[in-house]
Design a binder for this molecule. Structure first.
Ligand code: BG6
Length: 499
């Protein structure tokens, strides 16, 4: 019996800011990610302090902004889509750049050149029978809203965003069936700049402590601003997301809209009740984002968490009704790693960009310290089935690595094949467990700019892009070994995972 359903959506995933380039071309405006500058191939830059932001603006002419270049998908989309088609893709996850359509975010009508660009991309995908899966907002906020409104903390962003989202549904509803509202919506509370365009020290001076790690107790001087601002921003994102889900259900019933959150499975360090409690609390915290979007209400425990921690949300008018009427059609997630939690969070180390964990001796780690754990994916998929009973689309997964093109233009990425094979096995097992997984789109199917490092050095692709962190290179595309392997996986609908 086949392990994957007949119409399983095999594909790959990207985002506009990380691939398109062509910033400021054809009238395109800049978003907040265009202000994150390169600081070194291994230096995370997801946080933005006032001094960094001022520097980005003052030294705009000389600093290195890799997101502004992307991988030049803007000009090469036909060649790229032909490569995806060659692998047999059924689905391609991409995002639309808000500022390609509405350059400052404030315009009443979109830029016709931007509108045309996405029609062209969708037409090209459909030519090969590839279903687009579109993220409406993948970490992009028009820079004007950072300046004018302090990012998503302000309710003022909602009408502008709703105008943009409504336009997407009205304009592209016959070309795009699968939509996601916000990429990794839970990141706004972990990394407020990335998810919400929030500059944390904007209204009061403080230094980011050197050993600072998010996802844990914050230094008191940061906690008040951080949690109030990020949960307020999250509330506004929940509202506009529910509003557009309702609108799409009413006007475009052929479309299906999902949430999107970053799943990282958590184990307690020991069987001690306090470790178990901590792991349970952090898991609930992660699930809360899905609860609001899929069940349509804030769980009681988070309201009590807000009260206990002096987090004061200014609730949007009629918010309960808006959330109840805008429940998503499916759950989508990114999954890369698992973590270990202890009752004493100070002992947890930072690995990779911003995840905090203890080292798990039972599993391996990637070049970037991310703990590789396909079994945790299977466990989490089962938990999501029990909690939501909705279809699940795995829209990001993969392994980032340092890679170079060999002289004969090959890349032997056997570690990527091993990583993906083990995760596809885990998904097949979850399907056998009764989980309704509808698709799988590994991250960065073509090498792209890393989100946390803002560099080309961390690569995820089946296709190698000849570009370095500084924009040097031909930008030509080359098939890695994993390209041929994934092609075989798709052709056999996940049955043939052999080398
Ligand atoms: C997800 C994001 O968090 O992880 C992507 O949705 C990102 O935008 C991906 O690129 C991998 O992270 P990184 O930092 O390795 O690029």
């Amino acid at each position: 019996m086949p392990r994957f359903p007949e119409n399983f959506l095999w594909g790959g995933a990207t985002s506009a800011a990380q691939i398109e380039g062509g910033r400021c071309l054809d009238g395109k405006g800049l978003c907040h990610l265009d202000y994150v500058y390169y600081r070194g191939a291994k230096i995370p830059c997801n946080f933005m302090l006032k001094k960094d932001y001022e520097k980005a603006k003052a030294e705009e002419a000389t600093l290195n902004f890799p997101n502004r270049r992307g991988i030049d998908f803007f000009h090469r989309y036909k060649e790229d889509i032909a490569l995806l088609a060659e692998m047999g893709f059924k689905s391609f996850r991409m995002s639309i750049s808000w500022t390609r359509l509405f350059p400052t975010g404030l315009e009443e009508t979109p830029d016709p050149e931007g509108v045309k660009f996405y029609h062209n991309v969708f037409r090209e995908l459909h030519r090969y029978g590839i279903e687009p899966l579109v993220t409406m907002i993948h970490y992009e906020l028009p820079i004007v809203f950072v300046e004018k409104y302090d990012g998503w903390t302000s309710e003022e962003v909602i009408p502008h965003c709703y105008r943009y989202l409504k336009f997407l549904i009205d304009e592209y509803k016959d070309e795009v069936k699968y939509w996601l509202t916000f990429n990794e919506i839970n990141m706004v509370t972990a990394v407020p700049w990335l998810g919400g365009g929030i500059i944390l020290d904007r209204h009061g001076e403080f230094e980011m402590p050197k050993d600072f790690r998010p996802f844990g107790p914050l230094p008191p001087e940061m906690a008040e601003r951080w949690e109030n601002a990020s949960h307020q921003a999250l509330h506004h994102q929940f509202i506009v997301s529910a509003m557009i889900v309702k609108y799409a259900h009413e006007t475009a019933p052929q479309c299906l809209i999902g949430n999107m959150f970053n799943l990282h499975h958590l184990y307690p360090e020991t069987p001690s009740p306090s470790d178990a409690l901590r792991a349970h609390q952090e898991t609930e915290f992660n699930m809360f984002f899905c609860d609001v979007m899929a069940k349509g209400y804030y769980p009681k425990w988070i309201l009590s968490y807000y009260r206990k921690n002096n987090i004061h949300i200014k609730w949007y008018d009629n918010y309960e009704k808006i959330l109840e009427q805008g429940k998503v059609d499916f759950i989508s997630l990114s999954y890369y790693l698992s973590s270990i939690v202890t009752a004493d969070p100070k002992r947890q180390e930072r690995i990779g960009s911003f995840i905090r964990t203890l080292h798990n001796p039972h599993i391996e780690t990637s070049d970037f310290g991310w703990q590789i754990d396909p079994t945790a994916l299977r466990i989490s998929l089962n938990e999501l089935r029990d909690r939501f009973d909705l279809p699940i689309y795995i829209v990001e997964n993969g392994i980032g690595a340092f890679e170079e093109l060999n002289e004969d233009k090959t890349v032997h990425d056997n570690y990527r094949i091993a990583y993906l094979r083990s995760h596809i096995e885990a998904i097949a097992e979850a399907i056998e467990d009764g989980v309704d997984v509808i698709g799988y789109t590994p991250w960065g199917c073509i090498d792209l700019v890393s989100c946390s490092l803002v560099s080309m050095s961390k690569r995820y692709g089946f296709v190698y892009v000849d570009a370095d962190d500084f924009g040097n290179g031909t930008y030509d595309r080359y098939r890695k070994d994993s390209f041929y392997w994934y092609k075989k996986v798709i052709a056999s609908n996940g049955e043939d995972l052999s080398d």
